[in-house]
Design a protein around this ligand. Sequence first.
Ligand SMILES: [Zn+2]
Length: 178
Amino acid sequence: MREIPVQRAEQFYRPPPRLASDAWDHVPPAERVWRWYEHQAQRRLTVPSGMLLGKQVFARINHGRWVADCTCGSAQIVTPADPRFACPECGYGWVQVVFPKDPAAAEKAVTELVPAERNWWQAADTSWDRPPQPDEATRPQRQPRPGHPEGSAKLDLTLPDVPLPELPVPGLPDRKGV
Ligand SMILES: [Zn+2]
């Protein structure tokens, strides 16, 4: 089968067809999203200067692309060749993008899957879209709430004896009448 590479920023953010294919080759890979976004928005943008110290964002593979999420809810394609992130939507950044030590190994781990199923996260990443991990799956589950269908059997065994309301016994006079 033909190999379909995991996309990085420099392959994803390419100049529009009316420009030469190498028109953005001089732009650092992490800044190409800004050139690309300018074409989408049809307005000029000012790339932030300086880094936000101590701020990081995890890179993960999502649908066959290296992706990092912004605090504003946007996301962009990133690259280990220039592990920085600044968001053209809200202006957040620059922050350091945390890649695994061997990005090519992570790409290889998903290579057999079709692009839409290529998802991969770093061990410390707690991204919103990460499935539960094995250690979380074996953690004791919360007890079902009383009244919940799954909790009914347990409920019957654990409920204290509650006196039922007294019903009139056939053949005996109603208590109220005594
Ligand atoms: Zn943002």
